[in-house]
Design a binder for this molecule. Structure first.
Ligand code: GDP
Ligand code: IMO
Ligand code: MG
Length: 428
């Protein structure tokens, strides 16, 4: 299978967790390379549901090594809770490693994230409030605190002294909020370091060593292409690079080591938070999809905005990620709909746009151009062979693949492991 990057091809929540879990069976190492606990990846194993925010979705297979790499931002309290809840459910967390270079989410990051959203009012991003934007600002601004710093009191204190005065001034003088006490922070975060020290290591070395000895490595993206800080619908994006290139930077591996890039595509579109969404269905049709697809956030519980599949978006994702194949998820959610639409391009001020616009203000004024498909009544969640799918479902998938220009290798028709159809031998 080689080394594979899994990326979300839309605005997140495409079912990356389910597909990562499925492929993990054939994988030696699974790596999260960006984002933090803004992610919510749900994996269903028989009757058990696991909601993972930080730990890679490969953790549910005993023999898989799991890694949180340098590009991830870690809230240590959340991570410890996640480790504990997995152990409580008899999932082993032994072969698990965290990069000493991963940046740490501090309480002032969370606080500033939430205060900034309130300050923005109607212009807010609709963040998850987990401190993601502010911690990446500190990383790029060279004020960051890394996981390795939690193992050394002197270093941690020195770094906090360098940043906390400014943070406290912003909190008290701009936002009229409370400040943070350096001694309390040092004590709290040293304790996290003590509890996590056995997991903290040089993960770039670990991953490259594994590759060297012929292991397969899977890079599990969080969020999605359209939430990418460089290639997404800026400013309504997250603060990292979920796109495939982010895997190299976020894990410390060279691009020559990546063999394939699997784009996860939900059979319709959802988006959480603010920002343009041309195919959004605001009325009853959107509600039908939301209820059938159980489209409520794994992390924040917010109802997800729902709409038709936008092939222009997925074609764009194919380009910026270099997708080599697609995994289409949640096709079963469309069962029973009379007609289904797919957006093939946009109309903008009387002009037809075939490519996804780079300016989100243009996108906000785009009207989708649709192709309409007849639906199907059959329950696709029971189907196990591609050939046994309803003809209309096959026509829908064929056209999607044609519009995007990438083959479909996996089809998911339910949350469980067995509810999956392998179309080509991507996973042998
Ligand atoms: P992620 O963030 O990309 O991992 O996706 P989420 O886990 O946030 O959201 C996907 C949701 O859909 C989860 O609750 C999954 O259990 C569920 N799911 C995944 N694949 C399928 C599918 O093919 N059909 C249905 N009905 N549900 C699915
Ligand atoms: P997974 O990995 C869907 C969205 C938020 C908001 C924007 C910025 O489960 O697909 P942030 O807290 O990152 O600063 O919020 O990004 N967002 C997600 N939407 N799925 C996710 O993760 C998301 N992670 C962040 O709703 O619009
Ligand atoms: Mg999710």
């Amino acid at each position: 299978m080689g080394n594979v990057v899994i990326v979300g091809s839309q605005w997140g929540d495409e079912g990356k967790g389910k597909i990562t879990d499925m492929i993990s069976k054939k994988t030696d190492v699974v790596v999260r390379y960006q984002g933090g606990n803004n992610a919510g990846h749900t994996v269903v194993v028989e009757e058990k549901e696991f909601k993972l925010h930080l730990i890679p979705s490969g953790i549910l297979y005993e023999d898989t090594t799991c890694v949180i790499a340098n590009g991830v931002v870690v809230d240590p309290a959340v991570l410890l809770e996640e480790i504990e809840s997995l152990i409580d459910r008899d999932v082993g967390v032994n072969d698990f490693h965290i990069s000493s270079n991963a940046h740490v989410i501090m309480p002032y990051h969370r606080e500033l994230d939430q205060l900034e959203e309130v300050r923005k009012g109607n212009g807010k991003i609709g963040t998850t409030g987990r401190g993601i934007g502010p911690v990446y600002m500190d990383k790029i601004g060279r004020f960051g605190i890394k996981m390795g710093d939690l193992l050394n009191e002197e270093v941690l204190r020195e770094k906090l002294e360098a940043t906390l005065e400014l943070k406290n001034s912003i909190l008290t003088e701009i936002y009229d909020a409370d400040d943070f006490d350096i001694d309390e922070l040092v004590d709290e975060y040293l304790e996290y370091g003590r509890q996590l020290q056995d997991y903290i290591t040089d993960t770039s070395y670990l991953i490259n060593q594994a590759m060297e000895q012929g292991d397969n490595v899977l890079f599990e993206g969080a969020q999605g292409t359209l939430l990418d800080i460089d290639h997404g619908t800026y400013p309504y994006v997250t603060s990292s690079n979920p796109t495939a290139g982010g895997a190299c930077i976020g894990a410390g591996v060279g691009p020559t080591k990546i063999d394939s890039v699997l784009g996860i595509v939900k059979a319709y579109t959802t988006r959480v938070g603010a920002g343009p969404f041309p195919t959004e269905l605001t009325g009853k049709a959107g509600e039908v999809i939301r209820n059938q697809g159980k489209e409520f956030g794994t992390t924040t519980g917010r109802p997800r905005r729902c709409g038709w599949l936008d092939a222009t978006v997925v074609r764009y994702a194919a380009r910026v990620n270099g997708l080599t194949s697609l995994a289409v998820t949640k096709l079963d959610v469309l069962d029973g709909l009379e007609t289904i639409k797919v957006c093939t391009g946009y109309e903008y001020k009387g002009e037809v746009l075939k490519e996804f616009p780079t300016d989100q203000r243009v996108l906000a004024e785009c009207e989708p151009i649709y192709e309409e498909f007849a639906g199907w009544d059959e329950d696709t969640s029971k189907v196990r062979e591609y050939d046994n799918l309803p003809e209309n479902a096959k026509a829908y998938l064929d056209r999607l693949s044609e519009l995007v220009g990438v083959k479909i290798s996996i089809l998911s028709i339910g949350p469980k492991r067995a509810e999956t159809i392998i179309i080509d031998k991507f996973v042998d």
